[in-house]
Design a protein around this ligand. Sequence first.
Ligand code: LLP
Length: 419
Amino acid sequence: MHHFQYRENRLFAEDVDLTALAEQIGTPFYVYSEATLRRHMRVFRQAFEHTDALIAYAVKANPNLAVLKILAREGAGADVVSGGELQRALEASISPEKIVFSGVAKTFDEINAAIDVGIYQFNVESEPELEAIAKIARARQTTAPIALRINPDVSAGGHEKISTGRTEDKFGVPWSMARSLYGKARALEGVAIKGVDVHIGSQIAELAPFESAFKKIATLIADLRADGCPIERLDLGGGLGIPYGEGVTPPHPKDYAEMITRVTKPLDVQLIFEPGRMIAGNAGVLVTRVVYVKESIDRKFLIVDAGMNDLMRPALYDAWHDIWPVEKTERDITEYDVVGPVCESSDRFAKARSLPELLPSELVSIMSTGAYGAAQTSQYNSRPLIPEILVHHDQHAVIRQRPSFQKMIESEVIPTWLV
Ligand code: LLP
């Protein structure tokens, strides 16, 4: 459920008319609904309300400070994967006791920064990383709380490029090496084993892969406890898919929670979750204006002013996003390739998409782009990052500004010998 709905044929974000907003802000831009963000967080929280679960929002999905602040107010912690994300989480007043640090390559500086603030847990992905964290903690005469991220060798994920739980993927400690690495961690000074971590992929639309991975992890926990490892937490990662409008209906968080409770209850552990897409995905849209309609030999191109640099998902993962006209019309349905201005053939948001006929200067909204949309933008083709707008009832605020061209290039320096 989200709060982008038509009112008398005009698309609104909550109580804000997107046509009027586009006039004011200029296109393209992202717009997020605060009510939708809060709702998704609450649905997730309620699914686990009888537990002491920590919901550590995966900052990478949408790291905007205002978004983090809203989720923090809803009780979210943060799953961070870089020093930058850690900084953002702290800026948004997320307590370090609710921050977990994931990622395969935590650097010396990042480990130190996380120890400085006292995060809840490092999710460790390899033996050398375990040794590095232990060494840094020892040098500081402290102990770092850790879980090992175990790769359960289960294939899942909406696309080859977002599957992480197979042996061939770079993530986590291979299943067959898990027990021995825990043995090593137990003997290592500077780290305290707190739990087990698993994350098998993203945009997972069925419960089955989650269930088989989590059952495998449950057996591992029994083995680890038998070995004398104090496992008190179980981090189940993120990955729950969302409906993108192409006919896939992922499980409701309630069903996901029911399965998890069944599998994990006997373990008596604190659960940790790292949802990203499920919270932010359907809480945002990308509003873009038609620049030209180009008739070609066998197709029509709807050329819009947003490009693959603003939204990479279709180019990178062949992702489907619904495209809605911002003003509904009764015009004939036409098939378009919806493309952007970037000089790449992959700069295409949709192929042979049926839409009511659209004219230059009209607006369309690319739906479900609140997660991994703005987060993955670049300035390719020297296109400044596009603004992000937050809507709250009938109010809106610019939560990331559109930089001027001057601002975009100001950090670049011409060396003295070229001046
Ligand atoms: N935890 C870890 C360790 C992760 O690597 C991720 C996502 C998450 C949690 C959050 O997963 P979610 O709940 O959002 O599925 N850019 C891609 C998705 C990449 C996901 C990366 N890791 C996309 O646009 O589909």
